[in-house]
Design a protein around this ligand. Structure first.
Ligand SMILES: Nc1ncnc2c1ncn2[C@@H]1O[C@H](COP(=O)(O)OP(=O)(O)OP(=O)(O)O)[C@@H](O)[C@H]1O
Length: 493
């Protein structure tokens, strides 16, 4: 008997059928990958299973009983625990790892008030014993590496005696080494009988852990592939078309650089480095979380200043003191945390696809100050077609789009205007392979600018870039040529 059986699950949002008769099952001790293009319905399915959204129709059976959780607490109690992306896991300053492990219990402040530090530590240790791995209990939760924060969430799930663990893009901001550690733990938990539903756009991850991959499309489960998973076939089923080699071939771009950075120091103790970027060149920077990728991009975009060194853009001195100065000089950036930095609040009337794309360009598109909306609409329609954005129209709210489609809208914003230097921080987080392919082609098509991409995934770097740099302790250290087929191994090592 399967642990979880989902039959004909259906859920609509207005005219959008997010789930349309989805049917699947999971056994104990099985790791099932859930694949699907952006907007296929994966999150909607997870939200229903984890009790944060009711279904319109269909039936769920869990541990032999009919299951329809009214809220997340009910789902957890029944044995389904969902761990969301690691970027969601943040705590207030002063919160220790031990506190974080006990967090759900201490959400009630009255309880917290009566428990001693030693009591908290002992209970937290008991949770780690159940999970079978160790973490530094007295450290500040905020200082933990992303992988360890992820493990805190997994340990919490296990302490709740989960039968089914749902992981949503768990490696999104983990390094290769951290991911392997997580996989080892997942495989051990599986051998102890835990069932895991693993959502990811990274096929290498799924290859490492999944026994089976379910493919969703248009709100339905349209394919099931058992190990060894035939990924090209699964991806074809997922996006409904053949994917040619995603890698268009690295170019060796030379000539006069568009951008130059000399003897740059990002932090007082870091080793200084140089960086030059050429017209038409796509350069990727990889490195673990905290290595300095975002700080480097921020310095280039005027969000923070270099400790030392100088920069030149098109031969002229460039030292932006704010993003406005950077944009005026021809530099554009899509930051990592799209919710906070790139999308307007859900309540804002201009938060449509068209409004999000046009926002920084309005002054140039409508110099008279009068908005007619025609250029806005045109640019949004072009973007929807070119990047295959799944939206009901140019003026639908970005907040109703799936994560990957929101990311495409943010990218379309900077594709809509000519810039000399485009900075992208983790642009493929949550973006499906088909869309990633479309975006990579769009990025590489522009020959009149340089693009600098920060990514924690070496494979993504290899796919998109002409040249790969690695950053470590806030200093660019090794340089890999993306044309070299061994580049990935070189970087991962
Ligand atoms: N609250 C909502 N209001 C309106 N439409 C919604 C809402 N939530 C989801 N949708 C729509 O339902 C469809 C399925 O979305 P869902 O988020 O489940 O996809 P997904 O497979 O998780 O995608 P992604 O990989 O991009 O996160 C999409 O077309 C999305 O726009």
């Amino acid at each position: 008997m399967p642990l979880l059986q989902v039959e004909n699950l259906t859920r609509s949002f207005g005219p959008t059928r997010a789930l349309a008769d989805a049917t699947l099952s999971i056994k104990r001790g099985e790791i099932v990958a859930l694949m699907g293009a952006n907007g296929a319905g994966k999150s909607t399915l997870v939200k229903i299973l984890s009790g944060s959204l009711p279904a319109d129709a269909g039936r769920i059976t869990f541990k032999g009983r009919s299951f329809a959780p009214a809220n997340p607490a009910e789902a957890t109690k029944a044995g389904i625990v969902t761990v969301h992306q690691s970027t969601d896991l943040v705590g207030p300053p002063g919160l220790t790892v031990a506190d974080a492990l006990l967090l759900p219990r201490f959400a009630d402040r009255r309880v917290r008030f009566f428990v001693s530090r030693a009591g908290i530590r002992a209970q937290a240790q008991a949770i780690l014993d159940i999970a079978g791995f160790s973490l530094p209990l007295d450290r500040d939760f905020g200082d933990l590496a992303a992988a360890d924060r992820q493990l805190v969430a997994v340990a919490r799930a296990l302490a709740n005696q989960a039968d089914l663990l749902i992981l949503d893009e768990p490696t999104a901001s983990l390094s290769g080494q951290e991911s392997s550690r997580l996989f080892d733990i997942l495989l051990r938990l599986k051998s102890q009988g835990l069932a895991i539903l693993y959502i990811s756009h990274r096929t290498a991850d799924l290859d490492a852990v999944a026994d089976r991959a379910l493919v969703m499309r248009g709100g339905q489960v349209v394919g099931s592939f058992v190990r060894p998973i035939d990924f090209p076939a699964a991806i074809e089923t997922m996006i409904g078309r053949k994917l040619q080699s995603a890698r268009p071939g690295a170019r060796n771009v030379g000539g006069t650089p568009i951008f130059e950075m000399r003897h740059a120091r990002l932090l007082p103790n870091a080793t200084p480095f140089d960086l030059s970027l050429h017209e038409g060149e796509v350069v990727a920077i990889t490195g673990v979380l905290g290595a300095g990728k975002s700080r480097l991009l921020s310095a280039l975009f005027g969000l923070n200043q270099l400790i030392e060194g100088d920069m030149h853009l098109d031969g002229k001195p460039y030292r932006p003191k704010s993003p406005a100065e950077a944009i005026a000089a021809g530099v554009a950036m899509a930051a990592e945390d799209r919710h906070r930095s790139s999308l307007m609040p859900a309540a804002w009337p201009g938060n449509s696809v068209a409004g999000t794309i046009s926002l920084p360009h309005l002054g140039r598109w409508y110099p008279s100050g009068l908005l007619w909306g025609s250029r806005e609409r045109r640019e949004a329609e072009k973007a929807i077609e070119r990047l295959r954005i799944k939206a009901s129209g140019p003026f639908s709210s970005v907040w109703t789009l799936s994560g990957g489609n929101q990311q495409k809208v943010v990218l379309a914003r900077w594709e809509a205007e000519q810039s000399r230097l485009l900075l992208l921080d983790e642009p493929f987080q949550g973006v499906d392979v088909g869309a990633r392919h479309d975006i990579i082609q769009a990025i590489r098509r522009r020959s009149n600018r340089a693009t600098l991409i920060a990514t924690s995934d070496p494979e993504e770097a290899y796919e998109v870039a002409d040249r790969i740099l690695t950053i470590d302790r806030h200093s660019l250290s090794t340089v890999a040529d993306a044309a070299n087929p061994h580049a990935i191994e070189d970087i991962s090592a």
